[in-house]
Design a protein around this ligand. Structure first.
Ligand code: OSB
Ligand code: MG
Length: 367
């Protein structure tokens, strides 16, 4: 299966909720969609980089440039399987989000060419994925309690609250007191320093399942120092950008849990390596999210069927995020379980009418 042609599409999707984190407020997603064509089949990928480098360093414009001018010209008409694609991309350093958009679209195309659902190719072992929700910073504690109650009653299996300095211990304590049995976690998106140890140590009394990325977005060492002082397991997200970084994090003791986002790791291939490394350390995984449309979320669900994903992920129902999703299939959780779309590849189909309506820019690249 060779890629004959590619199309890059930039579009904007309004979010149904205001999503506040320690690094900013999001009210819409900027989506870089990638379509790969070969033998009459289409493979789909989604970039999760944003306009501004507030989560990691990559940006939409940087990824657009790299895909159009560097990565696509090297793989179009050239590569026949995912291994050959990694080989072509391997000289280029970093930029895992841009590489992932291409790698994941190609994995979809490749699985479709074999007539297999992607999870079969990846080594998945289940057909549904346990999920929780990631809730942004709210205007008050009562508003947070109402939101947590709503999502627990919808069946979500874990509540993750975004925290930042000044919005941490009190809100988590209130939620813990109101819902003593809930599986509760907190995600700081790098808002703290090691010198915040006194505050972070107080979180130990709240029975969090884990604390996600409290320190620097690229840090391992300080997380290891912090983990040595906390009972609460640390989970790394931003800091894990490759299998090597995952191995180093686990060797250092910088985390006891990992958040896997294939779009942050360079795609499904590198994510499977992270899975293997985590298994060898006995470290549990869960599937993260970047507010993806149905394209990226379908990819995430397929990967989350691997055996090491033992904690509930962030792939919650499409109807939480969007009035209209980019795909025809409704990706909805029932009882906190997301069915994995069946059918070849990622098993979802683009709503071309909606893409046409929302597209801000499109570009075709040929072999
Ligand atoms: O840190 O996990 C994160 C969304 C955008 C950027 C970073 C993160 C998130 C989320 C939301 O937590 C996960 C989702 O619902 O897709
Ligand atoms: Mg996170």
């Amino acid at each position: 299966m060779r890629i004959e042609r590619a199309e890059l599409i930039l579009l904007e999707m309004p979010l149904k909720f205001r999503f506040e984190t320690s690094f900013g407020v999001q009210t819409k997603r900027t989506v870089l969609l990638l379509k790969l064509y070969g033998e009459g089949i289409v493979g789909l990928g989604e970039g999760v980089m944003e306009r501004l480098p507030l989560f990691r360093e990559e940006t939409v414009e940087g990824a657009w440039y790299l895909l159009k001018e560097v990565f696509l010209p090297r793989v179009l008409g050239e590569v026949e399987n995912p291994e050959a694609l990694w080989e072509k991309l391997s000289p280029f350093r970093g930029n895992p989000m841009a590489k992932a958009a291409l790698e994941m679209a190609f994995q979809d195309l490749f699985a479709k060419s074999l007539g297999l659902p992607l999870f079969r190719l990846l080594g998945g072992v289940r057909e549904e994925v346990a999920v929780g929700v990631s809730l942004g910073i709210q205007e008050s504690i009562p508003a947070t309690l109402r939101l947590v109650e709503k999502h627990l009653s919808e069946g979500y299996r874990r509540i993750k609250l975004k925290i930042k300095p000044g919005w941490d211990y009190e809100v988590l304590k209130a939620v813990r007191e109101a819902f003593p049995e809930a599986t509760l976690t907190a995600d700081a998106n790098s808002a703290y320093r090691l010198s915040d140890l006194p505050l972070l140590a107080r979180l130990d009394e709240l029975g969090l399942d884990y604390l996600e990325q409290p320190l620097g977005y690229d840090d391992l060492l300080d997380h290891a120092k912090l983990q040595a002082r906390l009972k609460t397991p640390l989970c790394l997200d931003e800091s894990i950008t490759s299998p090597e970084r995952a191995r180093q994090a686990l060797e250092l003791g910088a985390a006891l849990v990992l958040n896997v986002k294939p779009a942050r790791l360079g795609g499904h291939g590198p994510s499977r390596k992270v899975h293997e490394i985590a298994q060898s350390f006995g470290v549990p995984l869960w599937m993260g999210g970047m507010l993806e449309t149905g394209v990226g979320r379908a990819h995430n669900l397929h990967l989350a069927t691997l055996p090491g994903f033992t904690k509930p992920g962030d792939t919650s129902s499409a109807s939480r995020y969007w009035e209209e999703d980019l795909v025809e299939e409704a990706l909805e959780a029932k009882d906190g379980l997301m069915p994995v779309p069946q059918g070849p590849g990622i098993g979802v189909h683009l709503r071309e009418d909606l893409v046409d309506r929302l597209a801000l820019r499109r570009e075709v690249v040929r072999a």
